[in-house]
Each structure stands twice: as structure tokens, then as C-alpha cells.
Unconditional design. Structure first.
Length: 69
């Protein structure tokens, strides 16, 4: 039996949608892309990969804040 990870499937869909040319997208198409990206974020957040990304972005934000002082 073949199992498909929903997060991987959504990541592929996001990549395919973002590769399209900007001027050929409708407002509905852009809104749908945002919804798909949000769903992908919700699926990734509780995983170790999502926690690693959150930690990395927190360190970057902290470094930027300290550098601007």
C-alpha cells in the first residue's frame, strides 16, 4: 500500500503553483495559494522540522534585533 505524506504533497502543490507566471494568476488563484501555504504551515508546525525552522527563525530575528542596537 502506498502512503502519501500530506505535508509533502502540499509542498509540491505550492512549488508548482508558485512557478506559474505572476500576471497569469487571478485573485482567486492567489488566495488559494495562500490557503494552501497556511495549511502546509499548520501541518509542519508540530513536527521536528517545523520546530527546527521556528528555532532557526527565532535565532535570526534575535541576531537582527541585537545587530540593530
Amino acid at each position: 500500500m502506498l502512503t502519501i505524506n500530506v505535508a509533502v504533497l502540499l509542498a509540491v502543490v505550492v512549488i508548482l503553483r508558485l512557478r506559474r507566471r505572476t500576471h497569469s494568476r487571478s485573485r482567486f488563484d492567489e488566495k488559494m495559494t495562500v490557503v494552501i501555504v497556511l495549511a502546509l504551515g499548520i501541518l509542519l508546525a508540530p513536527t521536528p522540522v517545523g520546530q527546527g525552522i521556528l528555532s532557526f527563525l527565532g535565532q535570526v530575528a534575535s541576531g537582527v534585533t541585537q545587530a540593530s542596537r
